[in-house]
Design a protein around this ligand. Structure first.
Ligand SMILES: Nc1ncnc2c1ncn2[C@@H]1O[C@H](COP(=O)(O)OP(=O)(O)OP(=O)(O)O)[C@@H](O)[C@H]1O
Ligand SMILES: [Mg+2]
Length: 257
């Protein structure tokens, strides 16, 4: 059975109670699941508490050495482990890891002005397969590793990109983004129920998708090289994931054609 990759938007964290219930329910039904999570708002909260200023360029956090430590600590530590604990509290089987574990996501510097932000260049899904075969749900924090000059170090990556790359590498059955809007909106504010690859590229070029929607659409384009369908749905709605698996109503579908 091909796995389903679910990107749990940080924007829905805290509203994810039914999402975790849904994940455990699907796991009990034998659906192989991989979860990739965000947590931008939690990271921003901790940066503020620590007095570190922060900024975004095209939805990506500019990451200096100090910011990187907070990003890794909060995402691969706190947010990741809280999710694992919450899934286990619901009697699910989960293992929390980040893109640096088991060689999962190797990256290079995306662009020098973003600092320690990685662009994923290689995915090794071996560990994910081992975990899925043993009945575990891998829960992945968007932190990877890669070489910077002559050092090999942690890098901050976008969760959407991580989900897209992992879905592509595993030939996933489906890639589902749970976020805080009903789907992708066009320039007149209408939600689009279905777009193809050409439409998606056009939306990016025209700037109709901006901020956090940009990496999501880019990740869908990457995944659609091997994955038949990507979905962007509102994770704040109760049982959004279970409803998605049952009838796939609502949200935006992105498909090759
Ligand atoms: N055309 C568009 N249609 C829908 N949303 C859009 C569009 N352009 C920009 N957005 C923004 O994208 C946001 C979703 O991305 P965002 O990065 O904020 O959430 P997330 O990825 O779910 O969370 P996180 O980044 O913490 O994991 C929406 O809240 C919306 O403001
Ligand atoms: Mg985002």
């Amino acid at each position: 059975m091909k796995p389903i990759v679910v990107k749990l938007g940080g924007s829905t964290l805290g509203n994810h109670d039914t999402t975790l219930e849904d994940l455990v329910k699907l796991q009990k039904l034998g659906v192989p699941l991989i979860v990739v999570h965000g947590g931008a708002q939690v990271v921003s909260g901790w940066l503020a508490k620590l007095g570190v200023s922060t900024s975004f360029t095209n939805g990506l956090r500019v990451t200096d050495a100090q910011t990187l430590k907070v990003v890794a600590g909060v995402l691969a530590g706190l947010v990741n482990k809280e999710l694992v604990v919450a899934i286990q509290a619901l009697k699910g089987k989960a293992v929390g890891l980040c893109g640096a574990d088991g060689n999962l996501l190797w990256a290079t510097i995306k662009s020098p002005e973003l600092g320690y932000v990685g662009k994923i260049v290689k995915v090794d899904p071996t560990l994910l397969r081992v975990l899925l075969e043993s009945g575990y749900m891998p829960v992945i924090a968007p932190v990877s590793f890669g070489s910077v000059g002559d050092r090999v170090m942690l890098l901050n990556i976008n969760g959407d990109a991580a989900a897209g790359e992992i879905a592509a590498a595993l030939n996933a059955d489906r890639l589902i983004f749970l976020t805080d809007v009903d789907g992708i909106y066009n320039d007149s504010g209408k939600m689009l129920s279905r777009i193809n690859v050409a439409d998606a590229k056009e939306m990016l070029a025209a700037g109709i998708a901006s901020g956090g929607m940009v990496p999501k659409i880019e990740a869908c384009l990457k995944a659609l090289t091997t994955v038949p369908i990507a979905r962007i749905i509102n994770g704040k709605r109760p049982h959004a994931l279970l409803n998605e698996m049952k009838n796939g109503a609502g949200g935006t579908t992105i498909a090759p054609e």
